[in-house]
Every structure is written in structure tokens, then in C-alpha cells.
Design a protein around this ligand. Structure first.
Ligand SMILES: [Cu+2]
Length: 134
């Protein structure tokens, strides 16, 4: 009887988790064609470094079960070294990217961008985009 209860509890958790992931993965991408994709994991961006050409778009997919941000603004960083922008490029902040959702940014100014996730910056959730001249 105890084993049956444990089995039922485990099954319930599995069904709930499947439902969550199922809903999450249905969020469609409506941005421009992306030259590169970065996955948002529990506490990391994969790959951590992405290289594209000026004018191209990077798409971030939140494949984790919690929300994240893609933020390149030293004013919003706990450690300003986690944010970097080439001269002439504007700071950006995705705001909350919910689990299963996505976000994109088009980079027009060449150079190296360093970005972070606001809630997980101190857990090492940082990344960079290298934008090469066309
Ligand atoms: Cu995060």
C-alpha cells in the first residue's frame, strides 16, 4: 500500500511536469530569422559565447523551467564587469523570458557584448556575443 502511494505521487509529479513542459514548448518564435540560437538553462547560457555578423539576430530559447533575462546594461548589474557594449551600441534588457518562451536581439554595431541574467548573474549566468563587421 505504501509503495502504491509512492507510485501515485511519482506519477502525479511526472504528469504535472509533462504538462508544464508541454505548454512551455508551444510558445512560438515570431522574431526575424536568427543567425544563432542560445539556450537558457537553469543557471547558464549555452553556448556562453556566440559569434555573428553585424545586422544579424540572436535568438534565446528558455529551455529551463524558470524565467531568465538577457541583459546588457551595466546600470542593472551587480558587477558592472558582466555587461559590455561596443561604443555606440545601446544597452538592452529582455525583461522576464518565461520558461518555454524566447527572445531575440538584432546586433547592428560590431564589437563584443557581455550580457547576464538579472536573477542569476551571481550564479555565473553570463554570456557574450561577438559581432563581426559585415
Ligand atoms: Cu537566469
Amino acid at each position: 500500500m505504501v509503495m502504491m502511494k509512492q507510485f501515485l505521487a511519482a506519477s502525479t509529479v511526472f504528469v504535472l511536469a509533462s504538462a508544464l513542459i508541454g505548454c512551455a514548448s508551444k510558445k512560438q518564435y515570431t522574431g526575424p530569422e536568427a543567425a544563432a540560437t542560445v539556450e537558457m538553462h537553469l543557471h547558464s547560457f549555452e553556448p556562453a559565447t556566440t559569434t555573428i555578423k553585424a545586422g544579424q539576430t540572436v535568438r534565446w530559447n528558455n529551455t529551463s523551467i524558470i524565467w531568465h533575462t538577457v541583459t546588457d546594461d551595466a546600470a542593472l548589474a551587480k558587477d558592472p564587469a558582466h555587461a559590455a557594449l561596443p561604443a555606440g551600441a545601446a544597452a538592452f534588457d529582455s525583461g522576464k523570458v518565461e520558461a518555454g518562451s524566447n527572445w531575440w536581439h538584432t546586433f547592428s554595431v560590431p564589437g563584443t557584448y557581455k550580457y547576464f541574467c538579472k536573477p542569476h548573474e551571481s550564479k555565473g549566468m553570463v554570456g557574450s556575443v561577438v559581432v563581426e563587421a559585415k
